[in-house]
Ligand binder design. Sequence first.
Ligand code: GLA
Length: 359
Amino acid sequence: MGWNSWNHFAEKVTDADVRAAADALVASGMRDAGYVYVNIDDSWEGDRDAGGNIQSNKKFPDMKALADYVHSKGLKIGIYSSPGPKTCAGYEGSYNHEEQDAKSYAGWGFDYLKYDQCSFGDTIRQEAGDDLVKASAMQRAAYEKMHQALQHTHHPVVYSFCQYGLYAVWRWGAESGANLWRTTGDIKDNWSQMSLIGFQQAGLEKFAGPGHWNDPDMLEVGNGHMSTIEYQTHMSLWAILAAPLLAGNDLSAMTEDTRSILLNKDVIAIDQDRLGRAGYRVWAEGPLEIWERQLENGHKAIALFNRGESPMSFPVDAATLGIKSGAEFTDVWQKKTTVLKNGSEPLVLNHGVTLLRSR
Ligand code: GLA
C-alpha cells in the first residue's frame, strides 16, 4: 500500500509534490492505515553523467535528500525505470545500465522499483519480429536482468513489473523476481476503463499470493471523474482482488468522501487480509456479478457488484454463496449489519457495490 505520483501529477511531478504527499500520508492517517510506499513514477530522470550514472532532472534536485526526508516520516520510497532505452514519457531508461542504475537507487536509499516495458517493446519488435516465443523470452530476460542487478546491491527492494500483462506474466512473474506485476493496460479515471480492467481479473486469482501479486494498476479514487459510488466499487473490487492499493490522487487536497474511501478500515482489512488469497467471481448474470474472497480465521468477504445502468436486485442463494441462509455480515460501506437469507433480494445501485464481511 502507498501512493504513486502518476495518476494525478503525471510528468509535472516535482520533489516538492513528493514531499507534500509524504506529509499528507502522515497527517491524514493513511500511513498508519498501511499506505507506506511513496512512489515516484516517470519523469524524474535526467541525463547520464560521463561515467554513465543516471542523474535526476531539475525537478528533483537531490534524490538522496528526498529519500531521507520520506524515510524520516516513517515511510518508504519507490522509483521508476524501464528496461528500454527510453521510458514511456521519453526519459532515460535503464537499457544496458541495469547494474549501474540498481546501485544508484540503492545508494539513494530506494525501497521499490517499478520497471515499465515502454520502448523495450520496440527493441523486442526489431529483434524478434513475428517470433512471439523469442519476443517473450527477450522480455523475460530483460526483467530478470534487472532482478539480478537489484539482488547484487543487497538492498531489499520491492520489484514491480509493468508490462501490461503481456505473455501471461502472471505465470512467470514471480519466478522472474516480481513481487507484483501489472495484468492490464493503463487505468483511467473513468468508469468504463476502471471497471473493464478490474472485472477482467476473473481467473487470475490463483497466481496471487504473499510476496507475488496481480496488479490491476493504481487507484484513481479522488481524481474527480467518477462518482463516490463508482470509487467505492473501484476500492471494493481492488480489495477483493488482493490488489496493491497505491493511491493516485493529490493527497494534500482530499475531499471527505475520498478520505472515507481510502481510509475505510474494513475495506483495507479485506485487501490486506493475512491469508493472502485473492478473491474470485462466483456468479454472474449480465451486468450483475458476485465475487468472494476467503479471509483468515474462516471469514469471508462477499461483494455484490452492479455494473449496469439502473438499480438492480440480487437473488440470494445461500448454496451459491457458500454460506448458511440467515448468516450475518457487516456492510463495509453502509456500516450496518446485513442478513443474507434465501429469497432475499438486496438492491444495489447502478455502478455500485454492496461489500460484506462475515461476522
Ligand atoms: C505507462 C505505465 C503507467 C505510467 C506511465 C509513465 O503508461 O503503464 O503506469 O507509469 O507509463 O510514463
